[in-house]
Design a protein around this ligand. Structure first.
Ligand code: DPP
Ligand code: ZN
Length: 881
């Protein structure tokens, strides 16, 4: 296998200052003509070769300064020697978009043309030095049949649009900003758009457009609103304005990722554009807001300043996830105050701890800045994205919000228009804040980029009444990960406070200084001790790692009494939630280990108090009452029996249903909808909590309840409530689930995104009768199922293999055999999506022996397949290594 290494990086020998691209679009044979102005860069050897990448395309002609020249053709590369210092390179290639099932490069979806070039898709369109540090000005001509493809779009500004002979037409686009080829895009098809002109704070006006298929226009309002909010937020928070006259979003139903930030022409999975109350849930609305924000924010963090090489992917992704999370938090806080901000934070941390912590503990563990890869597409991971965002957030914690803004300003001042590294970013942040702990400990801080694995933060505290001090000792350890051992300490900001016996915050006196009631300790060594003075309390409960100030596992032996105390009194809502999670986790883990599930009165009373507290947001209550997920529970164990975990967690839910029955009923009654549907924070929170109450009431098994919920599947006036009702019936295996599912499918047969939910709900259903795998196979026989469409494939395969551990892991190994079959089938169609599915067995070594052998056998059977893509092979080989 070909391995690419960070240490092998060398700057390009040639620059392409500008390119004229011409596409004669045709599904069966698209000709791509490219005319490039090429120049040897200063310092490069005269003998340096120009290396061009190409994949799955046919070369028609190649000319240097108008002449045919000799060149070498290697696997997926063209090499040109003996070149003049500056020259015009012309290349013509042939693409077959209709045969492109990988959805990378130029492909067809629903009869229209789309492109996806990140990370290495441009080489599937034409020969090019396909690396992000080659930045060029693109001038693009698109020609196509006018009736079939009336809309022709590319990056930048529309220069001209003219009719040609033979029913064809031509559009010319010019992007004034140099960009790497991964940000190139084109769209050609029969689309309609919602458009709006906005005036930015700068006074400039911009044309905003959201393109969709005819019939979907009524689902574009929320995306447009989200875009407008994103533009305003980036101006206000970071002083960054939209730099183009026109900004377009196009929705496509066949898409490997969530969305793509191509300059001025974002291309989105329909899932992150289309929403109306009848088809989208509150979670969908939130997802659209954050992904629209994310791609828009890339315009500066990613496009104006891009990555030198793909090892630096987190430079743009970690930073942009951080920005989209801050955007969502700021919007939530504007609507619902600081507790709404905490709700967003909890949601993000839940994702991080479920997806990233398990990645960091498994065979795919890699640093935020990876050191090597076979297929870069495999490194669009929770580590690069979510942990990368936490690294940026820790910088903000260490330099303060105003200091962070100064650092961002310096970063743009230094690097606008360039392709740079994670080091460049951290250096700018430190240089703008020379007195900060970040600047003082930059070397240790940057180990967050180079060392993989989740640090453990061990804490212990002791109160000494004689000296009126409380001593807190913090120690960090970082486990070995594949290829890395003997790690060095990192910089860990630990936000904290201390609570007295009455729940009040104790004043924090550290080194003779008054730190208020909430401070950030900065751990820079393996172990450090912090002594707080002037403590006049008979007992102290530490509230550690408030707001989840660092992506670490906090090991502190909290007695239940302390957790109950924090849950009742902590000023930090995140840690109130965390205390409840720890209490719940301990009870589920005891049940997993074989003890009878025990829910003690103190625990139940604490939960009741939360549910009855009129000052707490419904959204917060819903998060607090939702137990940790099965995968997160599994990560706490050395040996994993997934069906057993499912049963223990389910037992907890059933017990909570009974124990808190009166409260669930009261919530259900009091949270009745007020007015029509609106996705705002408060309304969504009320729906979430009411639907959680409903799910628990269904657990009671009363026919009257199930009937009432079935009625909601029929009558609900929005998808959030309708789908929650359907899910509640499926979850408990009610008789009524069947007619409800049928009814739902008949009603939404024409709505692809709704049908994705319908498939996913069934595939992720608990295995009530041992026949869940048969049901999943039956879903694949449904006429609306397709492996070609990534959303649909994910809705069944990922929902079963990844999101349904209790049913997927079977002692007979049938789930794994199914997985092996599907990974291979999908790999032949779309390696990127197949490689994601392959990761469902990442954690196989932790499985109990009855599962482990069968899982290993399934992995081996895939490894033995001769036809495997490098994407999927890399995942399987790492898993077996
Ligand atoms: N489209 C992906 C994202 O925005 C990759 N850049 O994160
Ligand atoms: Zn991104």
């Amino acid at each position: 296998a070909r391995i690419t290494r960070l240490t092998d990086y060398t700057p390009p020998a040639y620059a392409i200052d500008s390119v004229h691209l011409r596409f004669d679009l045709d599904p069966a044979k698209t000709r791509v003509h490219s005319r490039m102005a090429v120049r040897r860069v200063a310092g490069a050897a005269e003998s340096a070769a120009l290396v061009l990448d190409g994949e799955d395309i046919t070369l028609l002609t190649l000319k240097v300064n108008g002449e045919f020249v000799a060149f070498r053709q290697e696997t997926d590369k063209l090499v040109l020697d003996k070149l003049p210092e500056a020259f015009t390179l012309e290349i013509e290639t042939l693409n077959v978009p209709q045969a492109n099932t990988q959805l990378a490069g130029l492909y067809m979806s629903g009869g229209a043309f789309f492109t996806q070039c990140e990370a290495e898709g441009f080489r599937r369109i034409t020969y090019w030095p396909d690396r992000p540090d080659v930045m060029s000005r693109f001038h693009v001509t698109l020609r196509a049949d006018k009736a079939a493809y009336p809309v022709l779009l590319s990056n930048g500004n529309l220069v001209s649009h003219t009719d040609l002979d033979g029913g064809r037409h031509e559009a010319v686009w010019d992007d004034p900003f140099p960009k790497p080829c991964y940000l190139f895009a084109l769209v050609a098809g029969n689309l309609v758009c919602r458009e709006q002109t906005v005036r930015a704070a700068s006074g400039k006006t911009h044309l905003l457009q959201v393109y969709v298929r005819a019939g979907d226009l009524d689902k574009t309002e929320h995306a447009m609103e989200s875009l407008i909010k994103s533009i305003a937020w980036d101006e206000q928070r970071f002083g960054l304005s939209l730099d183009l006259d026109r900004f377009m979003i196009v929705a496509v139903s066949d898409f490997n990722m969530g969305a793509m930030e191509n300059k001025g022409l974002n291309i989105f999975n329909t899932k992150y554009v289309l929403a109306n109350p009848a088809t989208a849930t509150d979670a969908d609305y939130d997802g659209i807001e954050s992904v629209v924000g994310h791609e828009y924010f890339h315009n500066w963090t990613g496009n104006r300043i891009t990555c030198r090489d793909w090892f630096q992917l987190s430079l743009k992704e970690g930073l942009t996830v951080f920005r989209d999370q801050e955007f969502s938090q700021d919007l939530a806080a504007a609507a619902g105050g600081e507790s709404a901000r905490a709700v967003k934070r909890i949601e993000d941390v839940r994702v991080l701890r479920t997806a990233q912590f398990s990645e960091d503990a498994g065979p795919m563990a890699h640093p935020v800045r990876p050191e090597q890869y076979q297929a870069i597409d495999n490194f669009y991971t929770a580590t690069v994205y979510e942990k990368g965002a936490e690294v940026v957030r820790m910088m903000q914690t260490l330099v303060g919000r105003a200091g962070f803004r100064k650092g961002m300003d310096l970063y743009f001042q230094r690097f606008d228009g360039q392709a740079v590294t994670c080091d460049d970013f951290a250096q700018a942040m430190a240089d703008a804040n020379p007195q900060s702990p970040l600047a003082q400990h930059l070397v240790a801080f940057k180990r967050w980029y180079s060392q993989a694995g989740t640090p453990h933060l061990h804490a212990s505290g002791s109160l000494d009444p004689a000296s009126r001090t409380y001593t807190l000792t913090l120690r960090q350890t970082l486990p070995d990960t594949p290829g890395q051992s003997d790690k060095q300490p990192q910089v860990i900001p630990v936000a904290m406070g201390l609570l007295g016996p009455d729940g009040a915050a104790l004043p924090l006196w550290l080194d003779g200084q008054d730190k208020g009631s909430d401070t950030v300790l900065v751990l820079t060594e393996t172990e450090q001790t912090f002594t707080f003075g002037n403590i006049d309390a008979a007992a102290v409960t530490p509230s550690l790692l408030r707001r989840f100030s660092a992506p670490v596992i906090l090991d502190y032996a909290y007695p239940d009494a302390d957790l109950l105390h924090l849950l009742a009194h902590d000023a930090d809502p995140f840690n109130r939630w965390e205390a409840a999670q720890r209490l719940t986790l301990a009870r589920v883990l005891a049940a997993v280990r074989g003890d009878e599930l025990q829910l003690d009165p103190a625990y139940l009373d604490a939960l009741r108090a939360v549910l009855r507290d009129p000052k707490l947001d419904p959204a917060f209550k819903e998060l607090l009452l939702t137990p940790p997920g099965e995968s997160y529970i599994a990560e706490q164990l050395d040996e994993v029996d997934p069906p057993r975990i499912h049963r223990a967690r389910q037992a907890l839910r059933t017990a909570l249903a009974h124990e808190l029955a009166d409260d669930w009923q009261a919530l259900w009654d009091s949270l009745t909808p007020q007015g029509g549907y609106s996705p705002d924070f408060a309304s969504a929170g009320r729906r979430a909590l009411r639907n959680l109450a409903q799910a628990h009431l269904c657990e009671l098994g009363q026919t009257s309840w199930l009937g009432r919920v079935y009625q909601r599947v029929k009558d609900a006036d929005n998808m959030t409530d309708r789908f929650a009702a359907l899910a509640a019936l499926v979850q408990v295996g009610a008789e009524l689930a069947k007619p409800a599912l049928e009814r739902f499918a008949a009603q939404f047969a024409g709505e692809a995104l709704v049908m994705d939910k319908w498939f996913a709900l069934q595939a992720s259903s608990p295995d009530h009768d041992g026949r869940q795998l048969d049901r999943v196979r039956a879903l694949m026989q449904h006429p609306a199922f397709s492996l070609q469409n990534p959303n649909r494939a994910r809705s069944v395969l990922f929902a079963y293999c990844q999101a349904n551990p209790g049913a997927f892991h079977r002692a007979d190994g049938a789930g794994y055999a199914f997985w092996a079959e599907q990974v291979q089938a999908l790999d032949a169609i779309n390696p990127q999506v197949a490689a994601r599915l392959a990761r469902a067995l990442d954690r196989w070594r932790k499985l109990a022996p009855v599962y482990r052998d069968a899982a290993q056998q399934a992995l081996r059977s895939v490894a033995d397949s001769a036809m495997l893509s490098s994407d999927t092979r890399e995942i399987i080989e790492r898993a077996l290594a």
